[in-house]
Write a protein that binds this ligand. Sequence first.
Ligand code: ADP
Ligand code: MG
Length: 317
Amino acid sequence: MNEFSLIDQFFNFPYPTREDIVFGIGDDAACVRVPAGQDLLISTDTLVEDVHFLSSWDAYDIAYKAVMVNISDMAAMAATPTWICLALTIPEQNLSWLQQYSQGIRDALNEYKLVLIGGDMTKGPLSMTISIYGIVPLNKAIRRKGAKPGDKIFVSGELGGACLALQFLKKPPNNQLDFSKAMKKLLHPQPRVDLGPILQATASSCIDISDGLSADLNHICEQSGVGAYLEADKIPVFSLAEEYMNHNARTLALTGGDDYELCFTIPPEKEEQFLTMIAQNGISCFEIGVIEKSKGLRIKQTNGALEVLKPQGYLHF
Ligand code: ADP
Ligand code: MG
């Protein structure tokens, strides 16, 4: 099959109609219309074999995760993801691999009502680059900068699950713990697009936790010119990690990447509105600390000791 029939067979699938798409795959460029009163957000992420996923994973999971990682960047901006472009590099024409891969892309897109509007296909070592587009009401995108002293720091869910699953993959546990929930966190993360309208109304800064809580919260602090005080006891740790790793579980939650929950700050005057909105939407979030004027990260340990928290997480270079 040539490149064009591959694209036709595996990527030009029927997609739900969206009024904001004039036309998608098939021309030299796609054409979309940003709705009036909305800003357009654009982001790109590359996933490389053995860095972001293991070659042993199913093509379905690789594709699904690639889309979710990108959707999470839109969730982090409090935006609604709308369209993606996919540039795929594959070493060979493996039709059953491509079939699974395309199904993973499709399912991920359908879950969040996105449409694949274009891309590219080349031969080479396996890697994929997805560009994602999203919309948000004018000037309502939430940025990393914007946190102020006194703002409360929240995370949107338990942390450490994906990192725990990676450790299980490297060294399978010798007890009978069921780690399917951790594997789900790693392979099928669910980006928190649901928080978008709430964050637009109440948050002063936001980031998605892709590299690890301490590393990602540190980005908020650096870009906002502030510091953070955390309480170790308040950090929501993935329950299986506590069972499996005891006291190391919190380190996993502070430094493990790939969870794709959100970390954000809420100013005191918006706190009541924030709590009401999450309760109305049946969402639970966890308050973990407060923004302070003094730069750097500090953490109050369970024994009451105040320690400096080094921003640790995944770094590529
Ligand atoms: P060009 O030669 O102009 O770059 P291509 O042959 O790469 O065009 O692509 C033909 C059409 O198929 C374009 O509309 C492009 O966006 C789309 N396309 C190519 N690869 C993919 C892919 N992996 N997923 C979705 N659409 C793709
Ligand atoms: Mg091309």
